[in-house]
Design a protein around this ligand. Structure first.
Ligand code: ADP
Ligand code: MG
Length: 254
C-alpha cells in the first residue's frame, strides 16, 4: 500500500466562466483523516467529486493509491479511461453524501449487498455476511430487514456509511455527513466516523463540525474561493490560524 493515499496536484475546475477550483494541491496519507472546512460555495463538494471522477478536471491530476483517476499514462501521454474502468476505480473510493442517497425500494441489507454483488461480482452469501458484519459495526444489526424510510436520519446515514464500507474502499469521502440531521442525531454519526478513524481508515471529511475536526483530524484544510488557504494539524489551523480568512471563518463558526 502506498504511503500517500490521495494526491491532488494543481487541479483546476471551471463551470463555464466560473472557476470553482483554482489550483488545488492536497496530500492525504494512508490511515489519516483530513477534515475540509470552508464557507458555502468555496468548492469543497466539487473537490470531493473530482476525486472520484464524478467531475472531470480541466487541468492537474489526482491519484488514489497510486492510480491516476480517470486517466492512464502511456509513453508520457494521458489517455482518458473508459466509463467501465472509471466505475471500477470508483468502487475503491467510498462516498457518503449529505442526504444519505440510500435506495428507497431496497431493504437495509439489500442496500449493502447490491454493489458488491453487481460491481465486484462477490458471491451473494459472502456479500450478505459482510453486510451483516458491517451493520453490527455501525450498531444496526437489528435493522437489516427494514426499509430506509422506517429509519431515523442518523440511522440512514449509518447505513450509508456501512454501504460505502461494503466495497472495501481505499479511502472514504464524506460530504457534510451530518448537515441534514436533527442536532440530536449528529453525535451517533460522528461516533461511527470516529470509530473508523481509530481503526485507521483513510478519510476526507467535509464538515462544519469544528469540535469533530479538533478531535479526529490529522490534517485540517481550510478552503475559500476555490483554493486551499491554509492546512496543517488541527491545533495550528483551528487554534492559531495564520490566515485572516481562516480566522474570520472560525470566529463565525464557533
Ligand atoms: P461547497 O461544497 O464548498 O459549498 P461547491 O463545490 O458545491 O461548494 O460549489 C462551488 C461553486 O461551484 C459554487 O459557486 C456553485 O454554485 C458552483 N457549482 C457547483 N456545481 C456546479 C455545477 N454543476 N454547475 C455550475 N456551477 C456549479
Ligand atoms: Mg458542498
Amino acid at each position: 500500500m502506498n504511503d500517500v493515499m490521495v494526491d491532488v496536484r494543481g487541479v483546476h475546475k471551471s463551470y463555464g466562466p466560473l472557476e470553482v477550483l483554482r489550483g488545488i494541491d492536497l496530500t492525504v496519507r494512508t490511515g489519516e483523516v483530513t477534515v475540509i472546512l470552508g464557507p458555502s460555495g468555496s468548492g469543497k463538494s466539487t473537490l470531493l467529486r473530482t476525486i472520484n471522477h464524478l467531475e472531470r478536471v480541466n487541468s492537474g491530476w489526482i491519484s488514489v493509491d497510486g492510480d491516476l483517476i480517470g486517466y492512464r499514462r502511456s509513453r508520457g501521454r494521458l489517455y482518458e479511461l473508459k466509463e467501465k474502468e472509471v466505475l471500477r476505480q470508483r468502487t475503491r473510493i467510498g462516498f457518503v453524501f449529505q442526504n444519505f442517497n440510500l435506495f428507497p425500494h431496497l431493504t437495509v441489507l439489500e442496500n449493502l449487498v447490491e454493489a458488491p454483488v453487481s460491481a465486484l461480482r462477490r458471491p451473494r452469501h459472502e456479500a450478505e455476511a459482510t453486510a451483516r458484519r458491517l451493520l453490527g459495526r455501525v450498531g444496526l444489526s437489528d435493522k437489516a430487514e427494514a426499509y430506509p424510510r422506517q429509519l431515523s436520519g442518523g440511522q440512514q446515514q449509518r447505513v450509508a456509511i456501512a454501504r460505502a464500507l461494503a466495497l472495501e474502499p481505499k479511502v472514504l469521502l464524506f460530504d457534510e455527513p451530518t448537515s441534514a440531521l436533527d442536532p440530536e442525531l449528529v453525535g451517533e454519526v460522528l461516533d461511527v466516523i470516529k470509530d473508523l478513524a481509530r481503526a485507521g481508515t483513510t478519510m476526507i471529511v467535509v464538515t462544519h463540525e469544528i469540535g469533530f475536526a479538533r478531535e479526529v483530524a490529522d490534517t485540517v484544510v481550510f478552503m475559500d474561493g476555490g483554493a486551499v488557504v491554509e492546512q496543517g494539524p488541527p491545533t495550528a489551523v483551528l487554534d492559531d490560524p495564520s490566515h485572516p480568512r481562516t480566522r474570520a471563518f472560525l470566529s463565525k463558526a464557533v
